[in-house]
Design a protein around this ligand. Structure first.
Ligand code: GLV
Ligand code: MG
Length: 320
């Protein structure tokens, strides 16, 4: 089980790369990640100009600890190589990851890795520093998700792209995030979410949920984010500033759970030590804790630390 959250990504803000206004606004928002989009939020005729706008925006800075990502176009288009060359040559030193949409095979990740490596070498950048975020948006991508996750050490996240996914499997619905009409047993997205989550956890990657398109319905956003957060996802896309707080909240532990997790870690550390009696299992209040409790606590504590939470009530070792 992974307990590592290499970069904060509770809220991943989508920003059209062709809009200077939205880019400037994005700098002021408290999203963990910003991704400047060259793909679907950017019209074909606007893509060449957007590459330049994005390079300038990354180099100007002001991103304030945010994870800086650019979504390029997928390999079935004619735009991908130029997206990579222009963005990485122009702003590679100020870029954390490239997001590759509609990934279907591990070879598509290899191809991106090779191209980025070439640009890094040419420009004298550290080779391998720029990560890859892989968006799973169709059936072939999902069946290959484990191979995609391990195709390159650059892969940091596996992302569910619900809108394209629903279209690609002919799902009878237009409402992203809601259940398709007529399916009245369980959650139609459960298998997809779990497959992505298992690949992510098996290979130490982050699992990220995709967009919720009803941007005015923050309660709806909370409900859908709450589901993937409950499963173990690390974050979700936000399309509007109004969704950011809901995402940051949904993917952070509750304060009481965070405090409890830190206390389990402290108590277990002490009870397994010489001073605490070298015990494998011990009581914390009315609760028995052991190595498995420690592993669960590490997950919650890791999410809380990544979210910058501070501890409330602290456990202290017994004095007698
Ligand atoms: C995002 O890219 C989606 O297709 O949902
Ligand atoms: Mg998509």
């Amino acid at each position: 089980m992974s307990t590592v959250s290499p970069r904060p990504r509770r809220s991943c803000l989508a920003v059209p790369g062709s809009s200077q206004k939205f880019i400037d606004k994005a700098r002021t928002l408290n999203a963990d990640q910003v991704f400047l989009d060259l793909e679907d939020a950017c019209a074909p005729l606007a893509k060449p100009g957007a590459r330049k706008t994005i390079v300038a925006a990354l180099n100007e800075g002001g991103w304030d600890g945010k994870t800086r990502v650019v979504r390029i176009n997928d390999w079935t288009t004619e735009w991908t190589y130029r997206d990579v060359v222009e963005v990485v040559e122009g702003a590679g030193a100020n870029l954390d990851c490239l997001m590759l949409p509609k990934v279907q095979t591990p070879e598509q990740i290899h191809a991106l890795d090779l191209l980025v490596t070439q640009v890094e070498k040419t420009m004298g950048y550290e080779v391998g520093r720029i990560g890859i975020e892989a968006q799973i948006e169709n059936a072939l991508g999902l069946t290959n998700v484990n191979a995609i996750a391990t195709a390159s050490p650059r892969v940091e996240t596996i992302i569910f792209g619900p809108a394209d996914f629903m279209a690609s499997i002919n799902m009878k619905s237009l409402v992203v995030g809601e259940q398709p009409q007529g399916y009245d047993v369980g959650d139609a997205y459960h298998h997809i979410l779990m497959s992505i989550l298992m690949a992510a956890r098996a290979h130490d990657k982050q699992a990220i949920d995709g967009p919720y398109l009803q941007i005015k319905d923050v309660d709806g956003y909370r409900r859908v984010a709450g589901r993937s957060a409950a499963l173990g996802f690390d974050g979700k896309w936000v399309l509007h500033p109004g969704q950011i707080d809901a995402a940051n909240e949904a993917y952070s532990p509750a304060q009481a759970d965070y405090d409890h997790a830190e206390n389990i870690l402290d108590a277990y550390d002490w009870y397994t030590s010489e001073a605490g009696g070298k015990r494998g299992a011990a009581m914390l209040g009315d609760e028995m804790i052991d190595e498995a409790s420690r592993k669960m606590a590490l997950v919650i504590a890791g999410k809380g630390r990544a979210a910058g939470m501070s501890r409330g009530d602290r456990w202290t070792p017994p004095t007698d």
